[in-house]
Design a protein around this ligand. Sequence first.
Ligand code: HXC
Ligand code: NAP
Length: 293
Amino acid sequence: MASAHPYAQPMLRDNALQGKTIVVTGGGTGLGRAMTTYFLQLGANVVISSRKLDVLEKTAAELREQTNNANILAVQCDVRKYDEVEALLEKTIETFGGVDVLLNNAAGNFISPTERLSHKAFDVIVDIVLKGSYNCTLAFGKRWIADKKPGTILSIVTTYASVGSAYVVPSAAAKAGVLAMTRSLAVEWAKYGIRANAIAPGPFPTEGAWSRLFPEPLASKLDPAANVPLKRVGDHQELANLAAYMVSDFSAYMNGEVVTLDGGEWLNGAGEFNKLELLTPDMWDHIEKTMRR
Ligand code: HXC
Ligand code: NAP
């Protein structure tokens, strides 16, 4: 059997995150779970949090077994509620003696024409994504500053945080806010030893995203890989590899950066002449002949 492609294999050396305590919001499912798995394999202590404690506890039990690392804790926390975020921070410090990394990964999203949204539908997305991220960032940042401890913040945004996107407008507006916060705090909090960075993933199949962004009959008509120049979707391990590097001390000089991991997807949508990809060699012969004439 052929071995997995390098992008589907762990990248960092053994124990690269030994001794680090990382809080992953939305860590029970999807990409949060994938990053948590790799952090545990690299020796980190990880706290996973979200609204559904049963999901978190099941994930924690499975990952303890799978990674042979028992240092995973499930804590219920709705990131929209500042008191719950403060309780998450306290529980983390009480359990592991400190906290080194905040991974803002929790999100909510669904596709809809914007004029069909109620103001509450707009609120629910912005509250989870933007308010949730600033609640966590503020609580963790204040603590690091008060304790004179360094810290690292990594936020998962999207490629459309920079360019916008139709039909996911609350998410686009909120993710843009998270990106602006990341770049602002990278400068303001560097003096405290706090770094802030972001990852902008392209399409990575997860149950949470796919059920809300590619529901039937869309899923059978729209191939998420079709717009990606590399003609594939992302593998969870390659995102986990990047995230592990960005939360580790190996990336100590990286600050205020957003790393796009999308196989070239957003640039494909942006370039004026990119659709000429569809032309055949015969068509090019004809065009060249006409132009030279
Ligand atoms: C229009 C909708 C709607 C829909 C909900 N609402 N779904 N409106 N179309 N499909 C409206 C409701 O009617 C209500 O407004 C308001 O939104 C709140 O809805 P609730 O169901 O009460 O909210 P809640 O139970 O808190 O659920 C939040 C949620 C849900 C965001 C709607 O989908 C969720 O829990 N999501 C979490 C996980 C997730 O979304 N993962 C995907 C991330 S993918 P009214 O006015 O009726 O009260 C991602 C990646 C993007 O971000 C990039 C991919 C390439
Ligand atoms: P997912 O599995 O649905 O993850 C979202 C997580 O957020 C869930 O675990 C959910 O858990 C949690 N969450 C939602 N509301 C919350 C709240 N109020 N408080 C705390 N936690 C909450 O989807 P995913 O695809 O892995 O997405 C993970 C991240 O990647 C998100 O930031 C998303 O925007 C980003 N992203 C994904 C893709 C992709 O292609 N998959 C592309 C670009 C960016 P509960 O329901 O238990 O609260």
